[in-house]
Design a protein around this ligand. Structure first.
Ligand code: AMP
Ligand code: MG
Length: 486
């Protein structure tokens, strides 16, 4: 261990050389830390004070490597909007795997840290705004109990980054259970040959599914696929339940750990509309809100393809095993989603007509253009009459059915409302609030909005926040499009 509390064990480097390139970060002259996550530092066993000193800053800048650090960029491929490309960390360096006091292992990665062997024509840098955006949204997701990579720090580099305009540069320190992606397997098998599937699968199993290690090979790898399917079905249902739209569900942006990764043009929807798309580059709506479960399954099929040789020596048998596993995704997703939706409506006693009740409500919300988050929160507070859904035609009848359900189930109505309040957030990182915080920070160097917003979002189920954080945007404030900002 060193003065910063880094306690690295770098297992990724023990994989064959083609899985990564050794690379340091590119030096920056005037780094300044603008965001630091003390709670996360503590959880990781890091020394918050030392990290916020001048020496600590050098680490987040990539100017110096702490003792025990490694410095690699990882190779991966990915289906981007359906087409396979060779990618890799073109603007990120993994500095090490931190062993936290509880024994858990976390990748510590600098994102925006300069060119690597995978940069192609890119500059390896990132403008500050998208790094702050990732900080806000990833930490908000964590507070909403949604598996995600975390954000430890953001730093301004003091250098300009050339895009359409010249923008201030930034570096994010990202923390993940690992950066293994579906795309890492696609790279391994497609670029380096089928033998690599086993090497990488064994590595991923040891990091994320160690309980599978004792199984015989004919079960182990199939169970590995099944476990990743389970985690992704659970994850995507959680996105859907809070109205989160990832925006770039390329297979390189889907993790093996089941964490949400790569906050680009992602956004939470305001008005409920299943066809919502925010990303400026998603012209055909491939990654629209309602398409996310289907795309999740599509990416998992790409994942399964990379593992086929591990399922059986006979290709047809292998394919049929993979298909059986993949066919579970739909049911798993539906069941996670349905239990989540029951909770959102305070339904504790399961019955066969719940799904119809839920669908009817969502249809009315779509018709009324109701704010997704606020509608469920007001319902949780017993204020359904104040929602725009209450003005739709079928509402009265629907409400009677719902109330009757709450009153006749064995647990009390109070319990139902308590449950609802614990799952329906009062505040989410609304686009207009995020943009405002980023603009103030980037153009005026005023980080107070950013700091305040993070503090609010760390307590998502609290009604005591100022109305500006809870209310949907005014018509003039609505953000219709978001950008990758790479
Ligand atoms: P992302 O959109 O962040 O998922 O990145 C997709 C691919 O583009 C990855 O291989 C990134 O490393 C690469 N990339 C994104 N921005 C840059 C940049 N500024 N310089 C080099 N590579 C980049
Ligand atoms: Mg990515």
């Amino acid at each position: 261990m060193n003065q910063f509390g880094f306690n690295f064990d770098n297992t990724y480097e023990k994989l064959p050389n083609h899985f990564y390139h050794k690379s340091g970060a590119t030096h920056v002259d005037f780094p300044a830390v603008v965001a630091f996550n003390e709670k996360l530092a503590e959880h990781l066993g890091l020394n918050a004070e030392a990290l916020q000193s001048d020496d600590g800053k050098k680490i987040f800048a990539g100017n110096e490597m702490p003792e025990g650090a490694s410095g690699i960029s990882q190779a991966y491929a990915g289906h981007q909007f359906g087409n396979l490309s060779m990618l890799g960390d073109g603007r990120a360096v993994l500095i090490g795997e931190q062993i936290a006091p509880d024994g858990d292992r976390y990748d510590i990665q600098l994102k925006g840290s300069g060119r690597t062997m995978f940069s192609r024509s890119g500059d390896g840098r990132a403008p500050i705004a998208p790094m702050l955006r990732e900080y806000i949204i990833s930490e908000a997701m964590h507070a909403l109990d949604i598996p995600t990579t975390r954000s430890l720090a953001v730093l301004t580099t003091g250098e300009g980054v050339t895009r359409e305009d010249t923008l201030p540069g930034g570096i994010l320190t990202r923390v993940a259970e690992s950066h293994l992606r579906v795309g890492t397997f696609e790279y391994a098998v497609r670029a380096e040959g089928e033998d690599n599937a086993k090497i990488l699968a064994d590595y991923a199993i040891s990091r994320h599914y160690p309980e599978l290690e004792p199984l015989p090979a004919e079960e182990k790898y199939l169970q590995f696929l099944n476990h990743v399917i389970d985690r992704q079905a659970a994850l995507i249902s959680k996105w859907m339940l809070v109205g989160f739209i990832h925006g770039v569900m390329n297979s390189d942006n889907m993790t093996i750990s089941g964490e949400t990764i790569d906050y680009g043009p992602c956004a939470f929807m305001d008005d409920y509309d299943p066809a919502t798309v925010f990303s400026s580059i998603d012209i055909n709506g491939r990654y629209a809100y309602q398409n996310q479960p289907g795309i999740g399954q599509w990416n998992l099929a790409r994942f399964a393809e990379t593992l086929l040789t591990l399922f059986s020596d006979d290709k047809d048998t292998a394919v049929s095993k993979a298909q059986d596993a993949l066919s579970r995704f739909g049911k798993l997703y539906e069941s996670h989603w349905l239990s989540g939706m029951r909770e959102k409506l305070g339904i504790i006693e399961v019955s066969s007509d719940d799904e119809a009740l839920i669908t009817e409500l969502l249809d009315m919300m779509a018709e009324a253009g109701s704010d997704y988050t606020q509608t469920f929160r007001l319902m949780s507070l017993g204020k359904v009459e104040e929602t725009s859904v209450a003005e739709t035609d079928g509402f009265k009848q629907w409400n009677e059915k719902w109330q009757q359900k709450l009153e006749t189930q064995s647990s009390s109505v109070e319990d139902a409302y308590e449950l609802m309040k614990s799952v329906n957030p009062a505040v989410i990182p609304r686009n207009h609030l995020v943009e405002k915080a980023l603009n103030e920070a980037m153009h005026y160097g005023d980080y107070s909005h950013f700091t305040d917003l993070n503090a609010v979002l760390s307590r998502p189920f609290d009604d005591s926040h100022d109305a500006v954080y809870k209310n949907p945007p005014e018509e003039t404030e609505v953000v219709h499009q978001t950008f990758c900002g790479t």
